[in-house]
Design a protein around this ligand. Structure first.
Ligand code: HEM
Length: 138
């Protein structure tokens, strides 16, 4: 069980590396004016999203579900956590939409928007770690 929990945490860190850095790339990409720079951001965004973040998300959820169903965890802390995981998956999906928009040079948002967008995973990470470690009586 501790192996599975370790893998769950390792892939969660991989996922979050992308959740924190990809919107940061959007900030710089939205400010970028030269074609060469834009093309470089497109490659970085695609590789980060498809090569690192998405496998990280799938494996985090896979090992989390294994822990949950395989070892009989329950409690409102877990259900609250799952609600936040759904929010995180939606956030991930929107990141993919933004990657696609930048790819075709049809991004409609400025760097200030992406700076704010970048803050949401920080709040979710705090909330989820407090929930799983403290397991408050909700
Ligand atoms: C479908 C998604 C997920 C499920 C079903 C799930 C389920 C679980 C379960 C059952 C545990 C074991 C708790 C314990 O041993 O006390 C756990 C541990 C943990 N999960 Fe998840 N999880 C999911 C996604 C996530 C995400 C997205 C994060 C980060 C934001 C995360 C962070 C953690 C951490 C840090 C631990 C270790 C807690 C500890 O050992 O005290 N999990 N998860």
């Amino acid at each position: 069980m501790l192996w599975i929990k370790s893998l769950h945490i390792i892939f969660m860190v991989t996922w979050f590396a992308g959740l924190f850095y990809l919107p940061r790339l959007f900030v710089y990409h939205a400010m970028c004016e030269d074609i060469q720079g834009k093309e470089r951001f497109k490659i970085m965004e695609r590789k980060l999203y498809y090569g690192i973040m998405t496998p990280g998300a799938v494996l985090t959820i896979f090992f989390g579900t294994w822990l949950w169903l395989g070892y009989g965890y329950s409690g409102n802390w877990l259900y609250a956590k799952l609600v936040l995981v759904v929010v995180l998956i939606s956030y991930h999906y929107y990141c993919g939409k933004f990657v696609a928009a930048f790819k075709t040079d049809s991004n409609r948002y400025g760097h200030i928007f992406y700076r704010w967008f970048n803050e949401l995973p920080v709040l979710i990470l705090f909330a989820v770690v407090f929930l799983v470690v403290i397991k408050p009586d909700l």
